[in-house]
Design a protein around this ligand. Sequence first.
Ligand SMILES: [Zn+2]
Ligand SMILES: [Zn+2]
Length: 180
Amino acid sequence: MFWTLWLACSKLYCTWYVAGKFHRGTMKLDITFGLPMLFLLDLFHDVSMFPDSVWDIPQQIVTLALLYDVWFYHGHRLLHTRWLKRIHSIHHNEPMHPSSGLYSHPLEYVLVFVGPALFLPWWLGYSWFVTWLWICGAVTNAAQAHTPGKTIHTLHHEWGNVNYGATELFDRLWGTFQPL
Ligand SMILES: [Zn+2]
Ligand SMILES: [Zn+2]
């Protein structure tokens, strides 16, 4: 319970640190869907505080980033198909600002944006410390990606058919990468 709240506060702090303000719509999503997901996972999350060795830390973070992007890249491409475009337009229609990086339709928030980021470390049984590092990194990355004009994700918002990934990996692999 304590760690769940600590994780939630860290999420808020990371966004605020990059964006300098909170986004109302994203806050609503965090409270209505983010927190309940965290509590639900916490109920079944019986793991150690720290990993067995310090070398586990970089290895587990890389594993998380990789698996998350498998899900995020392909989920995001699906969201750009004509059947799901309307759902995804909520994210695209929001003025670009670091604070609204995770603003989206609730289904998208749960299934593509935040849900898998919480589910993965839980599923892999990673320690609280690694889960915390991962969430802080992912949230900071999402906020930074939505700084206007600064990142390749801003090109995704402009062009609509490039740079789908949370990292560059799958964009380079499937030929959708577009440098700044
Ligand atoms: Zn998109
Ligand atoms: Zn975006």
